[in-house]
Write a protein that binds this ligand. Structure first.
Ligand code: GSH
Length: 245
């Protein structure tokens, strides 16, 4: 099994957590997104969308972190990551879909504002903009261009922060009924959510997490697990490699 991933990419972290929880071993192909490895022709040949993570397993090439984790659950069920009850499985999938469709997007601008925009200002702007031209998705291209030209403003970030606070409220509510987001045991909803709660902490929204005592306790409890230590970057390491999301 081979994983194309990046240390500080939340979507890569989701998959690394799932692999670690399942005790699966894998070969690492690391991409530095800040250096635009994702638009190198050899990587675009593997994923034309220019995004990590990508999992190669038994001749299959998979993109999309949520789908990769579902695949891992189907292909390697020995350590189960979904509840057995059908209604509970559906509940977990609603959570993971929301993370994939809404939360994953919401963390990007605040992450860029905090980490990417300042660091890009030290680079040669023309060289950066020419690399950005090679990004396949126009929306992703414009986010990078906005950051490269110092254009991300507080107002852009505010809307995202409102979405993230609302999500914390939803997680708090879920954790009043369940020990883990996935039910009685750690599962896909937990591994999909952990990277984003950590990111929320790292974009200076620690007070918002603390205002949600169950979310806070759940995060601290999960952070004791071996999978967290194996899959998540050490605190403070963003200063060496900027966070992208
Ligand atoms: N929906 C995709 C999103 C993947 C994604 O956005 N990956 C980011 C890192 S978390 C990336 O590769 N970004 C490259 C870029 O911004 O150029 C998934 O969940 O896998």
């Amino acid at each position: 099994m081979r994983l194309f991933h990046s240390t500080h990419s939340t979507c890569s972290q989701k998959v690394r957590l799932c692999l670690a929880e399942k005790g699966l071993t894998w070969e690492s192909v690391h991409l530095n997104l800040r250096q635009f490895d994702q638009v190198r022709p050899d990587f675009l040949a593997i994923n034309p969308a220019g995004l990590v993570p990508v999992l190669e397993d038994l001749g299959v090439v998979l993109t999309e972190s949520r789908i990769i984790n579902e695949y891992l659950e189907d292909a390697y069920p020995q350590v189960g990551m979904l509840p057995t009850n059908a209604a509970e499985r559906a509940r977990v999938r609603i959570l993971t879909r929301h993370i994939d469709g809404v939360i994953s997007e919401a963390v990007k601008l605040p992450s860029f504002a905090k980490n990417i925009q300042p660091s890009l200002q030290n680079d040669d702007r023309a060289a950066v903009l020419s690399k950005i031209e090679r990004i396949p998705d126009p929306a992703i291209q414009s986010r990078w261009r906005l950051a490269a030209t110092g254009g991300i403003q507080a107002v852009h970030v505010e809307e995202a922060m409102t979405t993230l606070k609302k999500w914390l409220d939803e997680l708090e509510e879920t954790l009043t009924h369940h020990e883990w987001l996935s039910g009685e045991c750690v599962g896909l909803a937990d591994v999909d959510a952990i990277p984003f709660v950590q990111r929320i902490l790292r974009i200076d929204m620690g007070a918002d997490v603390q205002a949600h005592p169950r979310v806070n306790a759940w995060f601290e409890r999960y952070a004791q697990r071996p999978a967290f230590l194996a899959a998540m970057p050490a605190l403070g390491s963003e200063s060496q490699v900027p966070v992208i999301s």
